[in-house]
Every structure is written in C-alpha cells, then in structure tokens.
Design a protein. Structure first.
Length: 113
C-alpha cells in the first residue's frame, strides 16, 4: 500500500534541469556537459590528468525526457508524452521513466519539486 501511495505522489512531481548543467542539442540526441571544477576534481586533474569536463550523450528516449524536464510538466505528463511519441517502444513507460528520473536526481542533473 505504501509503495502505491509513493508512486501516486511521485507522478505529480515536476522535474527541472539543474541550471549548473550545460547541455546542447545535436541531431537526435542531447549532450550533457559536466564541468569538473570541485577541489577534488582539480586535484585529480593535476595528478592523473583527468578531463576538466565530461560529455554524456543521451539516447533518443533520454533526450526526449531531458527536454521535458522543463519545470512545468509533471512526471505523469512526461510519461504520457513518452507513450505518445514512442508507443510500445517506451513500455513499461512509467517504471522506466521513474528509474531514469531517479538516476538523473541521484547524479544531480535534475531537481524535482
């Protein structure tokens, strides 16, 4: 029962992009540009010559969701849009979307209200 209530509340939440994350649209995908400028990152760059930024290329579904994380659409709206655009290719849409949103939140790429 508790799990259903949590899922019901989660679908009404509104995700939005972390304004610190740079991104650009290329052809059919989104490239996230993650700047590594924290103290530990700068130390690692000097010692191990790690890059100052990392690019993450999202696939078509991920790019679609990224663009929908606009601070206006809630998770239910995004799920409906996914089903409309990708049909059965997005199924099980809500479960996949919730997992993806959780990954984006855990990596500080989006925030949710």
């Amino acid at each position: 029962m508790k799990n259903k209530k949590l899922k019901k509340n989660a679908i009404l939440m509104v995700p939005y992009k972390n304004p610190e994350i740079q991104w650009e649209k290329r052809e059919n995908s989104i490239i996230l540009i993650i700047n590594r400028d924290k103290l530990i990152d700068r130390i690692m760059q000097k010692i191990f010559r790690t890059p100052k930024s990392v690019n993450i290329q999202l696939d078509e579904l991920g790019s679609f969701v990224w663009e929908k994380c606009d601070g206006i659409s809630n998770i239910k709206d995004i799920c409906e849009s996914l089903k409309e655009k990708f049909g059965k290719g997005a199924e099980p849409a809500m479960e996949r979307l919730l997992t993806y949103i959780k990954i984006l939140i855990n990596n500080n790429l989006i925030k949710i209200t």
